[in-house]
Design a protein around this ligand. Structure first.
Ligand code: PEP
Ligand code: MG
Length: 982
């Protein structure tokens, strides 16, 4: 018979460590290991993830033998504890909790106090001598069972509870009397009866059976499915179910319950960090209903200071656990330290103190902010707990991106404060700064977020049902809850700024607004939150860029990463300031400078337009001249040829287009030269790949449709005025003559724009094709590059230019361009008297180039994969159209596992890349190969680039640190795999 159920200590003894999490889930494995290590764990057992999967496979039926094994394990627990399940004199109560392999905080279900009935509640009173406590436990069971197992809306129970609380002085749960709780139990049962037309089950075993089913069912609950989709957790893992003896933190003021991290999960500081509530049950801390107290005295004092609470009042009303129960506190510290050493990582602990006795309920790897992840990894290396390799592997590359996220400009924040825009201060639960429209429900957050509007989700507190809105929001603000509340934990996991427990806010969900100090913020109003300080502002506050040099631990971690990685990390940068930023972040070269971006600058655009508008006519005349020259040379005695030559020369000399074209090129030369000088200076001694002009020409021109509309409007206006007899323009108005001139100009522009229009510009006249049609443009660019190199070299800088041709598909294209490039280079270096070494290479961004890489490498000294275009052309998908239309659907229906424009499609695009690398290197063994599409900054794609042996990845400057870490992880993973296969 298959074993579905393991007592905690059995799990430790019988399941090998590496299988434990798979089979028992994270929580179950932690309990097994704690029990195995002799720590105080309330007895219990775990039903395996296999049982959960078998349950679903059988159409939501317990697999054979499961129930019998549960009964058997329950019996063993009864023996250990000395109580019996359902015993009216001395009842055993259990909790039933989910627990998957990967932590999914609050996403699945838990039922507490299972085993209480009208009968056993009397036994609980006898056991504890505390009627109030017993009825409180019973009403919690009915409430949780009704809500979670049976789906009765939670607020129906809360309404009843609130009604009773309102009758008390203190208005808190703890103010309810035993009689009130007994009445509440009756009302809860009546509610249950009314909602379900059935009695609340009085058979404890029936309660247990249904609770286990509910835990299994919650694996496919909407929240859990959404969460797994977001975190890419497979849906076939299943959840385990833990059944454990209840211990009570609400048995008076010598009891408590709490959660703690062995280090500060927000900053990474090495200090026990946590909160507890005296006389409370576990759910009270997590749910954020009562504001919890600090565990350590130091944290408690800091908290009091921040809240303007005197030391005397603090000691009296808000004591730390350290002060309230010093003995138990010390024992807890020891347990925490032991667990951290055992797991060699930060632990997130749940504990309960029942009448002075410590019980450990959970240990798991603690979620942490990016900042904490880096600090903890680096500290643990210095403490000798883990190796540098482990430290590098422990930090998610995407996470460090957070550390380099913008934060508020302090000066702007100060001004906002002075203006009185500081609304309130809450708990700094997850760092970072965010500005956005206030919204008050998750669905709106999701809808607005989808439209690209920045939103801050504002809630009294969050629950797992809000997660989709939290994902869509830039930041999260809650009125209630502590540093370990749902909002705080999930925000940290998502890497979003959050301010929680901001009690000053009065949120009115119905009217979609909150008020604070007489100010009202409505849905859609801008607010700004600082998750690092807990401040909440009205209005928008500008953000500034962080500085890597100040992030000492991150710099150290990245320096270790640099020791391990084989891939170089370059950056895509078009301007010197980007290049400097990239270098500061550790870039070792520029993998792509898109020269056309410089053309878009407003002071250049007029010349760029002049160049484009005149290029076709000028080029036609110049081509004619060249043909005439060749003919005349070939037939020097032919008077006809000589005559034609003179005519062609005259035509060129007389042509306005040629003049304008040349003038534009002349104007652009010095500005481009200056651009390149800036790049070479910033990257002194490092390679700089400059790509020649790529986009279709019309991108630089006004849009055809708009121009057409303007022309039509102008024509109509002129006609109308003509109809008015003796029309005279008023002051400030143009005369009809002037308008006609304007019209003529616009019409000429319209004709030119029309001539350049293409049905499918992405596949039209762009890239290398432009250079072949208009070689003067690339002559201009190459001259600018080489003259810039000569200039900086004379100033003692080492330029390492690499000239890159976009969109080539055939070696002949490259041969033609290369001849031009080399010719210009010879000219410039001879004239300047400076030696410049440069490389000539091409982007590989159309399938044909990848297919013919072997030939192309005869001319190209380097390849750079332009995976943006390569993905478009391999898939035959236009990115701009696809992302808004069908790609989302493809993702939802899992036709594609990931957006291929974000994560490299290894199967298709990757296959071509691998082939191109191999064939290119066969022709030219020292071929330099890199990637400069967006994928160059994506960790999974970087791993693939490592695998196929690229020399470098090139990413946007802000992603350079991410790429350094991802490249190191790729190398370490490969090393680990090699060791394994040996
Ligand atoms: C590419 O296609 O991947 C690329 C880098 O070029 P662009 O994005 O400029 O088309
Ligand atoms: Mg491209």
């Amino acid at each position: 018979m298959k074993k579905w159920v393991y007592l905690f200590e059995e799990g430790y003894r019988e399941i090998p460590a590496e299988r434990r999490r798979d089979l028992l889930g994270g929580k179950g494995a932690g309990l097994a290991e704690m029990a195995g290590a002799g720590l105080p764990v309330p007895p219990g057992f775990t039903i395996t993830t296999e049982a959960c999967n078998a349950y679903f496979a059988a159409g939501r039926q317990f697999p054979e033998g499961l129930w019998e094994q549960v009964l058997e394990a329950l019996h063993r627990v009864e023996e250990k504890v000395g109580r019996r399940f359902g015993d009216p004199q001395n009842p055993l109560l259990v909790s039933v909790r989910s627990g998957a392999k990967f932590s999914m905080p609050g996403m699945m279900d838990t039922v507490l106090n299972v085993g209480l009935t009208d009968e056993t509640v009397k036994g609980l009173i006898a056991q504890t001598g505390d009627e109030r406590f017993a009825y409180d436990a019973y009403r919690r069971l009915i409430q949780m069972f009704g809500r979670i197992v049976k789906g009765i809306p939670g607020e129906r129970f809360e309404h009843i509870l609130d009604r009773y609380k309102a009758k008390t002085k203190g208005k808190q749960d703890t103010d309810l009397t035993a009689e009130m709780l007994r009445d509440i139990v009756e009302e809860f049962k009546a509610l249950y009866r009314k909602e379900l037309e059935a009695e609340f089950p009085q058979d404890p075993l029936e309660q247990l059976r249904q609770a286990i089913r509910a835990v299994f069912d919650s694996w496919f609950g909407k929240r859990a499915v959404d969460y797994r989709n977001f975190y890419k957790i497979p849906h076939d893992l299943g959840t385990a179910c833990n059944v454990q003896t209840m211990v009570f933190g609400n048995m008076g003021f010598d009891s408590a319950t709490g959660v703690a991290f062995t280090r500060n999960p927000a900053t990474g500081e090495k200090e026990l960090y946590g909160e507890y509530l005296p006389n409370a049950q576990g759910e009270d801390v997590v749910a954020g209903i009562r504001t919890p107290l600090k565990i350590t005295k130091k944290a408690s004092q800091e908290w009091a200071r921040e809240h303007g609470i005197s030391e005397e009042e603090r000691r009296l009303r808000y004591p730390s656990l350290e002060e309230l129960m010093p003995e138990t506190y010390r024992q807890f510290l020891e347990v925490a330290a032991l667990l951290e050493r055992h797991y060699r990582d930060v632990q997130d602990l749940e504990f309960t103190i029942e009448r002075g006795r410590l019980w450990m309920l959970q240990t798991r790897t603690g979620k942490r902010t990016a900042k904490a992840a880096v600090k903890i990894a680096v500290d643990m290396v210095h403490e000798g707990l883990i190796t540098k390799e482990e430290a590098v592997m422990r930090v998610e590359p995407e996470q460090i991106n957070q550390l380099l996220l913008p934060r508020f400009d302090e000066k702007a924040k100060e001004r906002a404060r002075e203006k009185g825009d500081l609304l309130a201060r809450g708990l700094n639960a997850s760092p970072g700064a965010a500005t956005g429209h206030a919204v008050f429900d998750a669905d709106t957050a999701e809808a607005w977020g989808r439209d690209g509007r920045p939103v801050i989700l504002v809630r009294p507190e969050t629950t797992p049902d809000d997660v989709h809105g939290m994902i869509a929001a830039r930041g999260i603000l809650t009125q209630r809850g502590g540093a370990t509340s749902h909002a705080a934990v999930v925000a940290r996991g998502l890497g979003k700024p959050a301010v929680v427990g901001c009690e000053a806010l009065q949120i009115d969900l119905e009217r979609k607004q909150f008020s604070v100090n007489g100010r009202v913020i409505r849905e859609g109003d801008f607010i700004s939150i600082d998750g690092s300080t807990g401040e909440v502002f009205a209005g928008q506050i500008p953000t500034i860029d962080p500085n890597l040099a100040e992030e000492r631990e991150l710099a150290e971690l990245l320096s270790w990463a640099d020791e391990f990685r084989r891939l170089r990390v370059w950056a895509n940068a078009d301007y010197p300031r980007d290049a400097r930023k990239a270098r500061e972040f550790g870039a070792e070269g520029i993998g792509l400078a898109r020269t056309e971006h410089m053309f878009f600058e407003t002071d250049r655009l007029p010349y760029v337009r002049q160049m484009i508008l005149n290029a076709p006519e000028a080029q036609r005349l110049m081509d004619q001249l060249r043909a005439a020259q060749q003919a005349a040379q070939a037939r020097p005695d032919d008077p006809k040829a000589q005559k034609a030559l003179r005519a062609a020369e005259r035509a060129v000399r007389a042509s306005k287009a040629v003049k304008a074209y040349r003038k534009a090129l002349d104007r652009l030369l010095p500005v481009q030269r200056k651009d390149f000088e800036g790049l070479f200076e910033a990257m002194d001694g490092l390679p700089v790949i400059i790509r020649l002009i790529d986009p279709p020409m019309h991108e630089f021109l006004p849009r055809y449709e708009e121009l057409l509309a303007e022309v039509v409007e102008l024509r109509t206006r002129i006609e109308e005025r003509r109809k008015i007899k003796g029309y005279r323009p008023r002051k400030g108005e143009k005369s009809i003559r002037q308008m006609e001139e304007e019209l003529a100009e616009k019409e000429a522009l319209l004709r030119a724009v029309n001539a350049l229009r293409e049905m499918n510009p992405m596949l039209g006249l762009r890239g290398v094709r432009l250079g072949i049609l208009y070689p003067d443009i690339i002559r201009l660019q190459v001259r600018a590059i080489l003259e810039a190199a000569c200039n900086v070299k004379r100033r003692g800088i080492t330029p390492r230019p690499e000239i890159m041709i976009p969109l080539s598909a055939d070696v002949k294209e490259l041969q033609i361009v290369r001849e031009i490039v080399d010719e210009v280079a010879r000219e410039v270096t001879a004239r300047e008297g400076v030696e410049i070494e440069y490389k000539f290479g091409t982007m590989i961004e159309v399938p044909r180039a990848a297919l013919l890489a072997g030939e192309i490498a005869q001319v190209a000294e380097f390849f750079s994969f332009g995976t943006n275009d390569l993905t478009q052309t391999v898939w035959a998908i236009s990115r701009d159209d696809a992302e808004g239309k069908f790609l989302l659907r493809y993702l939802e229906e899992k036709i594609v596992p990931e957006n291929p424009f974000q994560v490299l499609d290894r199967k298709g695009v990757g296959r071509l890349m691998r082939m191109a690398v191999e064939e290119g290197r066969r022709t030219r063994p020292d071929l330099e190969v890199g990637i400069c599409g967006e994928h160059g900054g994506d960790p999974s794609s970087i791993e693939f680039c490592h695998e196929i042996g690229l020399n470098y990845v090139s990413a946007s400057p802000y992603r350079v640190p991410v790429a350094r870490l991802a490249a190191a992880q790729a190398a370490l993973k490969e090393r680990a795999a090699r060791i394994e296969t040996r």
